[in-house]
Design a protein around this ligand. Structure first.
Ligand code: SAM
Length: 280
């Protein structure tokens, strides 16, 4: 067991969150810390330099990314051992959230140094809370594999999770990923949050079958996908839903009304029940 007070006078490894678009989200506390540490390790020094210039911060920068993480971590650890506090930041949002930072954090903790987080923006929290999907339990997945077959396998493994699912995706793969999400998950509710905190910020909410009709040229910029978990559909297999539909239809109730009644009765996604009704 290890118990470390963050501000007990020893050197600190600060994990500093930076804005995900809007520089006004750069907090006074982040500015204070980035001004005071002996060294800032950043994913892309040019990018971080822009941020530092924006807030008139002058400090030493060192490049720290997935390809040099292990070697630079040793240098950073030396800095802590010499009694100097240092900071890690990534291009946007929190380091270690689909971004580098894990190795030095691990080393600092193993060596008994304090690790303290300076809060700021992250892309998945706003995407989740404005999604209109359940927020009590959620599963942050980050990026799916770039390879189609592996992506499908990953989605199959996630298919029965009841919690709301959150994915990061890049604009050049968004169309394929939406197709794959639909093919594995069916017409679940989803929300796509695009260009958060920026001038073109947009939320697209609906079902995964609806999104297939969207013009991919309108899905530009950075985006987060939030997809409903399998909490409802899982309890009933399709045969049970079809039996329920048939029961209403046999009573002379219209398909539309039967879909509404079954969705309500079993607390199911209406679109899924509708798709099954169309097959009858
Ligand atoms: N460390 C970041 C965080 O805490 O959110 C995530 C970095 S990850 C390399 C970049 C991905 O985050 C993008 O591909 C996108 O999925 C998401 N992202 C970052 N900024 C965003 C924004 N302004 N709007 C929507 N998504 C964003």
């Amino acid at each position: 067991m290890q118990r470390i007070k963050s501000f007990d006078s020893g050197p600190i490894l600060y994990l500093v969150a930076t804005p995900i678009g809007n520089l006004k989200e750069f907090s006074p506390r982040a500015i204070e810390v980035l001004s005071s540490v002996s060294l800032i390790a950043s994913e892309d020094t040019r990018n971080t330099l822009n941020l530092l210039n924006y807030s008139n911060i002058k400090n030493k920068l060192i490049s720290y990314h997935e390809h040099n993480e292990s070697t630079i971590s040793l240098k950073l650890l030396e800095e802590l051992k010499n009694g100097h506090s240092i900071a890690i930041c990534s291009d946007a949002g929190y380091p270690l959230i689909s971004d580098p930072g894990k190795t030095i954090t691990q080393k600092a903790i193993e060596n008994g140094f304090a690790v303290s987080v300076i809060n700021g923006s992250s892309a998945f929290i706003p995407a989740l809370i404005a999604s209109n999907l359940p927020t009590q339990h959620f599963y942050f997945y980050g990026f799916l594999d770039a390879r189609h077959s592996r992506r499908l396998k990953e989605l199959e493994a996630l298919k029965n999770i009841k919690d709301t699912l959150i994915f990061y995706e890049s604009p050049h793969r968004i169309k394929e990923t939406l197709d794959d999400l639909h093919s594995v998950f069916g017409p679940r509710n989803f929300s796509l949050a695009r260009e958060l905190t920026k001038i073109h910020e947009e939320y697209i909410r609906g079902t995964l079958d609806e999104v297939l009709n969207l013009d991919p040229n309108t899905l530009k910029g950075e985006m987060v996908l939030v997809v409903a978990g399998n909490s409802c559909e899982e309890s009933y297999n399709d045969d049970k839903i079809i039996d329920e539909l048939k029961e209403y239809l046999n009573q002379g109730i219209t398909k539309k009304e039967a879909v509404r009644l079954v969705s309500q009765k079993l607390s199911l996604n209406k679109n899924h029940v509708y798709q099954l009704a169309m097959k009858l």
